[in-house]
Design a binder for this molecule. Structure first.
Ligand SMILES: Cc1cc2nc3c(=O)[nH]c(=O)nc-3n(C[C@H](O)[C@H](O)[C@H](O)COP(=O)(O)OP(=O)(O)OC[C@H]3O[C@@H](n4cnc5c(N)ncnc54)[C@H](O)[C@@H]3O)c2cc1C
Length: 598
């Protein structure tokens, strides 16, 4: 038995040999995709557990009988809770995705794959020319490419990821897709206390291929703030209208909502709180709860299904597997880009216009690699929507992974920067609150059908930073005292909704008080949790190349200061936290920036 299998059998309480083989193979696949530092961290965590096992029992992890395993689990929970948590999360992902239902029924596509003019970089010539190059094919890049191509420019979109099809989303297991669709296999982490997981998509369509399809318009209070920072936002509503029409945004119908969303609605109603099905870009959604790993029905309407094919119809071309290494600049003027193929060879495209849309963590890195990172504001003040989950245990099965993945919004506390969204990602990806290890965790996994999961994200005071000028961004994010306070209020509010909906218990995800039985216990548990105890993920990084007056790296028209011919049109340009899921805002901003490019 490998060291990995030993760790898995102890932490996840797996006895059955076939199941252990399956989960071990999944876990090894996860480990292979992790970036070096995360792999080292995981190995260190597993090594610590093995040393503890040897010291306390005289045996390695894979040589323990059932009684010794139980005793070791009790010891680990009390003495090495943080090391256990670090190792447990990827293992839960490996075990939990096996709970998802099998492939959908054949012939159930809501729409076919789009017609895209995609060329793998291996088949692209060493040198070419274009009127404009767009770096990145996600929310911002797609809108920019469509706008420029419709004006008659010869546009080439360079995308580091590849094209995915609905057939793949139907045939490949969820975990495989997860590891393939995200940068670093979904394990991008911002260091800080506590560290924050910050997943980002990497595909034709960018993060819109894996996002939840929730569509909020930019709140007017946010637009007023931006106007005061010198950002031209007049008539922004018209751009949002155009984006909504492109994405076919509409309120999510009740029919495929699923019990997870219905319980959120019921709990909110009993509390007298404002709540409703979310507005989404998923016309025809069948409720397979797999948005985060690519919609197997092509119902979620990411930009790979609308703005990108429309750009191609207007003549744009997409080069896949093309990682842009640098922007070429001569005497302060952009002259082209150099990109790398997966085999290590390079190609160049000569162009007078480069539109950066590589996303908020990659855009500053690429600008620095190109010698364009001189502005002191670049990469600083990154805003992130910090998110946390709690789960409610119900007597009846909830089957949270059957229904719309992100279904209902509870806006009661939005004025205070807290947005609650009922979010049931595929099992295993929502297992953060599952308490315990060993037999206890095994029991939780077996009973996961009875859990309803809510998530909340908070507006932060932008305190993140993108470091680095080479190939990998080093992300730093420090949770502020105010942010921690909001997260605690969010956890308490979510617990109240779940209790009001009839939950027998609430799983907090807190190591010291993982399960609470009433609101009083919940309030005490949350108040006692330190900042480092909070289980956080971060979504929607923005603001790393802010648009604004002289102090900002990007001028009000979207042009990067200090060079001619480079524009930024992705989440990087948002001046402050948008306070809502940002895809509409990013796309509307990209639309108006691209419209202004001469
Ligand atoms: C799990 C998840 C769920 C989400 N759910 C929602 C939601 O429900 N609603 C919502 O509004 N928002 C949601 N978001 C966020 C939203 O999708 C993003 O904010 C938005 O897509 C950002 O757009 P962008 O253009 O800045 O970057 P992206 O869409 O991330 O696109 C950037 C693209 O650039 C490519 N790239 C990067 N570097 C290079 C390079 N050097 N060379 C070539 N290509 C490169 C990347 O591979 C990627 O494809 C979610 C995000 C995540 C992670």
């Amino acid at each position: 038995m490998s060291a990995m299998a030993g760790t898995i059998s102890v932490l996840l309480g797996i006895e059955d040999a076939a199941e252990l083989d399956r989960v071990t193979a999944q876990a090894e696949a996860i480990v292979r995709t992790l970036p070096g530092p995360a792999r080292l961290g995981l190995a260190a965590g597993a090594g610590t557990l093995d040393v503890l096992a040897r010291l306390t029992t005289g045996h390695s992890l894979d040589g323990l009988d059932a009684g010794r395993r139980d005793a070791l689990c009790t010891l680990l929970e009390s003495r090495a809770a943080r090391a256990v948590e670090a190792v447990k999360i990827p293992l839960l992902l490996a075990a939990g995705t096996g709970l998802l239902p099998g492939p959908p029924e054949p012939g159930g596509l809501v729409r076919p794959d789009a017609v895209l003019d995609c060329t793998p970089s291996a088949d692209w010539p060493a040198c070419a020319t274009a009127d404009a190059v767009v770096v990145g094919s996600g929310a911002g890049g797609a809108m920019a490419a469509r706008t420029l191509a419709r004006r008659g420019m010869a546009v080439v979109v360079l995308e580091e990821g590849r094209r995915f099809t609905a057939a793949e989303f139907r045939e490949r297991p969820p975990l495989d897709r997860f590891l393939d669709l995200y940068r670093d296999g979904g394990a991008t982490v911002a260091v800080g206390r506590p560290p924050v997981l910050l997943p980002e998509g990497r595909a034709v369509g960018g993060t819109t291929v894996v996002n939840s399809g929730t569509c909020y318009r930019t709140p007017s209070r946010v637009l007023r703030r931006w106007a005061s920072l010198g950002v031209p936002v007049e008539d922004f509503g018209a751009d949002l209208d155009e984006v909504e029409a492109t994405l076919r945004v509409a309120p999510q119908p009740m029919e495929p909502l699923g019990r997870n969303g219905l319980l959120a609605l019921a709990g909110a109603e009993r509390l007298g709180w404002r709540a409703a099905p979310l507005r989404r870009n998923a016309p025809g959604c069948r409720g397979s709860a797999q948005c985060a790993v690519g919609c197997p029905h092509n119902a979620k309407y990411g930009v790979h299904l609308n703005a990108l094919p429309q750009a191609c119809e207007a003549g744009a071309r997409i080069v896949t597997h093309a990682r842009v290494e640098r922007i070429l600049v001569e005497r302060g003027v952009a002259t082209g880009v150099r990109a790398r193929r997966p085999d290590g060879t390079f190609f160049e495209i000569l162009t007078p216009r480069v539109v950066m849309a590589a996303g908020a963590t990659q855009t500053p890195l690429l600008l620095r690699r190109s010698g364009l990172g001189g502005h002191p504001g670049l990469g600083r003040g990154m805003a992130v929507h910090l998110a946390t989950n709690v789960a409610g245990r119900f007597a009846e099965p909830v089957d949270s992974w059957s229904g719309v993945m992100q279904s209902v919004g509870i806006e009661e506390l939005h004025g205070d920067g807290i947005l609650i969204e009922a979010t049931a990602t595929p099992a295993g990806m929502t297992s953060f609150p599952l308490p315990g290890i060993g037999r206890r965790l095994r029991g939780e996994l077996d009973e996961a059908r009875h859990l309803a999961v809510l998530g909340a994200m908070i507006a932060d005071a932008p305190s993140g930073r993108v470091h680095g000028a080479r190939h990998r961004a080093l992300l730093r994010y420090d949770l502020t005292r105010e942010g921690a306070g909001r997260l605690r209020r969010a956890m308490t509010a979510m617990g109240r909704v779940l209790f009001a909906a009839g939950a027998e218990e609430v799983l907090t995800g807190l190591a010291r008080d993982p399960v609470v039985r009433d609101e009083g216990e919940l309030t005490r548990a949350v108040a006692a949790a330190s900042r480092a105890d909070l289980h956080l993920a971060g979504f929607h990084p923005t603001g790393t190349a802010k648009l604004g007056e002289a102090a900002a790296p990007v001028d009000p028209s979207g042009r990067l200061r200090g060079v001619r011919g480079v524009h930024v049109a992705d989440a990087s340009v948002l001046p402050t936290c948008p306070e809502v899921n940002p895809q509409l805002t990013v796309m509307a901003m990209a639309l108006r920036i691209a419209r202004g490019i001469r």
